[in-house]
Design a protein around this ligand. Structure first.
Ligand code: PRP
Ligand code: MN
Ligand code: MG
Length: 195
C-alpha cells in the first residue's frame, strides 16, 4: 500500500494475486463459451482498463498456445455516473469509438464492477440499437446491494459485500486508481477526497 493512501483504506478486499488467478480462469471460461468466432472486446472506461488489459492478455496468450484461436479486436467506451460513493443514476457517455462498428459482431463487454447495474443496463440498451450478433458481459466484481436493479453479468469474477471499493483502476472521485489491490475506502478517505 503506497504511503499516500495508507490512512484512507479500511482493508484490502481482494489482493492483486487473487485477481490475476481469477482473471486467468475467466479467460478460459470465456474462450470455452465463445468458441472460435471473432470477438470484439469492449472496455468500459475508466474503471475497466486494468481488468480489460489483463483479461485480453490472457485471451491473447491462449491464442498463442492453442490451435483454435479467437481473433480479437479491442474497442473502448467511456461511461460515468458516480460522484463520491453514489451513483447519480444518470449515466453519461464521455467518449470512445462509435458503436455502429459493432453491427453483426460478437461483443464482449468488459467492466470492472456491476454495482446498481444502471451502467450496464444503459450500455446494453445503447448497444442493442446497433444489432451486434451477440453480447456477453464480463465484470470482475458484482456487488450485493439493495440498490441493485437486478442485472447479472454473463461472467463474474467475485461477488462482493456492500462496501465502496477502490484500486485496480476503480476510483473515488478519480483517486485510488493507482492502487494495486481492490480495497475498501474508509471514512477518512471519503472525507479527504470528497467532491
Ligand atoms: C463505475 C464503475 C462501473 C459503474 C458501476 O463507473 O466503473 O462502470 O460505476 O456502477 P453501477 O452498476 O451502479 O452503474 P464510474 O461511473 O465511476 O466511472 P469510471 O469508470 O470512469 O470510474
Ligand atoms: Mn466505470
Ligand atoms: Mg468511478
Amino acid at each position: 500500500i503506497p504511503k499516500h493512501y495508507e490512512n484512507h483504506l479500511s482493508h484490502v478486499m481482494i489482493p492483486k494475486g487473487l485477481i490475476d488467478d481469477r482473471t486467468e480462469k475467466l479467460a478460459k471460461d470465456i474462450k470455452e463459451k465463445l468458441s472460435d468466432e471473432p470477438l470484439v472486446c469492449l472496455c468500459v472506461l475508466k474503471g475497466g482498463y486494468k481488468f480489460f488489459a489483463d483479461l485480453v492478455d490472457h485471451l491473447k496468450s491462449m491464442n498463442n498456445v492453442q490451435n483454435d484461436p479467437i481473433p480479437l479486436k479491442v474497442d473502448f467506451i467511456r461511461l460515468r455516473s458516480y460522484v463520491d460513493d453514489k451513483s447519480t443514476g444518470d449515466v453519461e457517455v464521455i467518449g470512445g469509438d462509435a458503436l455502429h462498428h459493432l453491427e453483426g459482431k460478437n461483443v464482449l463487454i468488459v467492466e470492472d464492477i456491476v454495482d446498481t447495474g444502471k451502467t450496464m443496463q444503459y450500455l446494453l440498451r445503447k448497444l442493442q440499437v446497433h444489432n451486434p450478433k451477440s453480447i456477453n458481459v464480463v465484470s470482475l466484481l458484482v456487488k450485493r446491494t439493495p440498490l441493485s436493479v437486478g442485472y447479472k453479468p454473463d461472467f463474474a469474477g467475485f461477488e462482493i459485500p456492500n462496501h465502496f471499493v477502490i484500486g485496480y483502476a476503480l476510483d473515488y472521485n478519480e483517486y485510488f486508481r493507482d492502487l494495486q489491490h481492490v480495497c475498501v475506502i474508509n471514512e477518512a478517505g471519503k472525507l479527504k477526497y470528497a467532491s
